[in-house]
Design a protein around this ligand. Sequence first.
Ligand code: AMP
Ligand code: MG
Length: 320
Amino acid sequence: MQTIIGKDLNEAKILLQRNEVVGIPTETVYGLAANALNSEAVLKIFTVKERPHFDPLIVHTHAIGEIEKYVSEFPAKARMLLEAFSPGPLTVLLRKKAVIPDLVTSGLDTVAMRIPKQELSLQLLRQLDFPLAAPSANPFGYISPTSAAHVYHQLNGKIPYILDGGSCQVGVESTIVGFENNQVIVYRLGGLSLEDLERVAGTVIVNSISSSNPVSPGLLKSHYAPRTPFRLVTASEAASLNLQKNSAVIGFNEWLPVVPKDQQFLLSEKGNLNEAAKNLFAVMRQLDQMQLDEIVAVEFPEIGLGKAINDRLQRAAAKH
Ligand code: AMP
Ligand code: MG
């Protein structure tokens, strides 16, 4: 199979209607999309991605009114959050209707729903008469793709088409929240900050389960991982870091005086956490291709998107 990269909405639409899998842009990361209502199409996602069936998919639509078609309960707080942050990097877990195949939810009775903030994909979703199930478009466990070229690099020959929407504006996966007894529970930290969530929903509970518990939202302890040995250090450890020659450091905005500058990769020199999130996965990929002996990342401040960045860095380090 030849993989084509392009901006042809009609081509993407025709392929999806034929139950094929297509790479699509979103503001978080690129997705590997298929008709969410068709088990055969959804099965192809798992095969291409080599994703275990216990890891459920996110279903993408273009409007809150669309979400209503696929869920049987709509808690007030879910509606409030969607109204405040959709389209955007927010995924809500809601009780599913039977039209959503069990394969999409890995047998769970909730479905993860999201409205992506990406113009091409929103147009595509508006033109289709079904929603799109899409996990991130990377082989299972590897770093998520934030450009069409990243998707091509890993899935060339496995999917017919990648819709090119440029590089992702947010750069880390969506924040996943569930609802229990009028409480908001955060299952995955992501592109929508806790501060923003709490401004609208009041205090939220952050689910601390981060081991390989299959019923928790795919929060495998080791994920987003480069192949190069990867280590996470605190800012104070970094101050006296003894870095080997063929190694590199990922940091936020401050050069470490103890490390040569050409071995340092800052994600946002001006100190903007949103910009750092946007650059995170591209820099991790770039370094992973340099055949280094080690990548060392320095912990980010635990505010705003810094929390989601630290979460990804911890999971990347967990494999090594
Ligand atoms: P990905 O798009 O590759 O980041 O994967 C989607 C994430 O959403 C995974 O971590 C899933 O485990 C999680 N997820 C999807 N549906 C559900 C659900 N019904 N309950 C809990 N987590 C879910
Ligand atoms: Mg993923």
